[in-house]
Design a protein around this ligand. Structure first.
Ligand code: 5AD
Ligand code: SF4
Length: 476
């Protein structure tokens, strides 16, 4: 009888990819997924440490399993990912019934560790070296990129996939825990990335999103050959079957002209750039140690608008960072007003033990002020998103159909042949339309008839009746 695996994932796309790969690996060991933690033989949490809130949620979820573990001591409970690396043995102290703690650089060890636990080996922990615990090379070696063979059935959609091109981060922004828990920046070999892209394309994947903490800083040296992000995009552009290439997350300082020209010139590369600004105030940026000024960021936005005018740019902001005054915040609002991001992710500063910011600065912006600034900035951004989505009304866009819309799933209307479907444009805008299940995974023209801040609403242009395609066909 197969064993049952329940896995819960929080955090970034890197974690989603890690979970996909862990599940694929465990499936090969005879595990089957279940969505009920209660009757699972193995319960895994793939965790995030970027904000306190994400950690609190995991500790409460672990708390809820205490009873189940007492009922069934053979149930194996594991904590993976960034919080495992950050808290290590503290997890066993806070939740003594946890069996397994595995950092993001040690995921390849999971099958063996689980086998050891199952035969009575006791609690197991595998984490990577900490930044202070050795030479850069030693630490880098202890953070291994976990990229086993892909399994299309393990992805939410077989038509889309993440591909890791870089692990770790060396920027050390003072608020950020990522460089400690994910280790030094390391680039995967371009040939390995290319082979993975080819395999994915062979399995029917049409869209690849390249992942890295500072993805546009990608640089791989191999003897005399240096491969940078534009070179890598050019290599991947040649993979037959791949129709779209996206990459996240970008670091503003490394948004070079040749990368922007590559985005402009290679049709498969999506005109979509996620480039977090974090703040619009130079004082705050300096304390964050972001390595650029707001003038640098504006200059970069100018180059993006000039080289790739149709590009959708998105950003991240932290409000209420240590010492952020009302005047600092106003400068952030101003930057959001003028930049016209497609959308922004806005976070309240969460002090992280183990970061320079935690050591150096007091978390002195009160929670209610953080909340107000968060809401205010979000309102400014949402008004812009809504305004900038209006010109799409009446236009026909090409979308990659992903699957049933959230609404269809929520209301249980996702099992018939005709249903509300969702997809994304090349510039990453979400489109909802009424369509046929068979269209999932296809690139389809859709005419937009309505739009709000987050979603475009459209109807599919059929070959028989669609105005655009009809004229195209007549013109041939
Ligand atoms: N507090 C709040 N937000 C943070 N981020 C990173 N660290 C913190 C923190 N300590 C945000 C940044 C980053 C995004 C992924 O999370 O905006 O770009
Ligand atoms: Fe964190 Fe800064 Fe690295 Fe992004 S660039 S992962 S914010 S340290």
């Amino acid at each position: 009888m197969s064993k049952k695996l329940y896995i819960e994932t929080v955090g970034c796309q890197m974690n989603e990819l890690d979970s996909e790969l862990v599940v694929a690996t465990l499936r090969k060991q005879g595990y089957e997924l279940t969505d009920a933690p209660g009757n699972a033989d193995l319960v895994l949490f793939n965790t995030c440490s970027v904000r306190q809130h994400a950690e609190d949620k995991i500790y409460s979820a672990l708390g809820r399993l205490k009873h189940a573990k007492r009922e069934n001591p053979r149930k194996i409970i594991g904590v993976l990912g960034c919080m495992a690396q950050k808290d290590q043995g503290l997890i066993f102290q806070r939740a003594p019934y946890v069996d397994l703690v595995v950092g993001p650089g040690q995921l390849h060890q999971i099958p063996k560790l689980i086998d050891d636990i199952a035969v009575g080996g006791g609690q197991k922990m595998e984490v990577s070296l900490e930044r202070k615990d050795g030479s850069r090379e030693e630490i880098a070696r202890s953070h291994e990129s976990f990229d086993p063979l892909r399994d299309p059935s393990m992805r939410p959609s077989p038509y889309q996939a993440y591909v890791r091109i870089q692990i770790g981060c060396d920027k050390f922004c003072t608020y950020c825990i990522v460089p400690s828990v994910r280790g030094p920046e390391q680039a995967r070999h371009p040939n390995v990335i290319l082979a993975e892209a080819r395999q994915l394309a062979g399995e029917g994947c049409k869209e690849i999103t390249l992942l890295g903490q500072t993805v546009n800083s990608y640089r791989h040296h191999d003897g005399e050959r240096t491969t940078r992000m534009p070179d890598l995009l050019a290599l991947l552009h040649e993979v037959a079957g791949i129709e779209r290439l996206k990459f996240v997350t970008n670091y503003p300082k490394d948004m070079t002209d040749d990368l922007l020209q590559t985005v402009r010139d290679l049709p498969k590369v999506s005109p979509y750039l996620h480039v977090p600004a974090q703040s619009g105030s130079n004082e705050v940026l300096k304390r964050m140690k972001r390595g650029y000024t707001v003038e640098d960021y504006r200059e970069m936005m100018g180059r993006i608008r000039e080289t790739v005018p149709e590009a959708a740019v998105t950003s991240d902001f932290i409000v209420g960072f240590c010492g952020e005054t009302e005047a600092d915040f106003e400068q952030t609002v101003e930057l959001v007003r003028e930049s016209r991001f497609k959308n922004s992710f806005i976070f309240k500063y969460s002090p992280r033990p183990g970061t320079k910011g935690f050591e150096l600065f007091a978390d002195d912006v009160p929670e209610d002020v953080k909340k107000r600034r968060n809401n205010e900035l979000l309102a400014v951004q949402n008004a812009i998103s809504e305004e900038d989505n209006q010109p799409f009304i009446g236009r026909t866009v090409e979308i990659l159909v992903e699957g049933p819309s959230k609404n269809a799933v929520k209301h249980g209307h996702d099992d018939g042949p005709i249903l509300q479907l969702t997809g994304r444009t090349h510039c990453d805008r979400i489109v909802v339309y009424e369509g046929n299940r068979r269209q999932i995974g296809e690139l389809l023209p859709v005419t937009i008839y309505d739009a709000n801040a987050f979603t475009l609403f459209g109807s599919v242009v059929t070959r028989e009746t669609g105005p655009e395609l009809y004229t195209l066909e007549l013109a041939k």
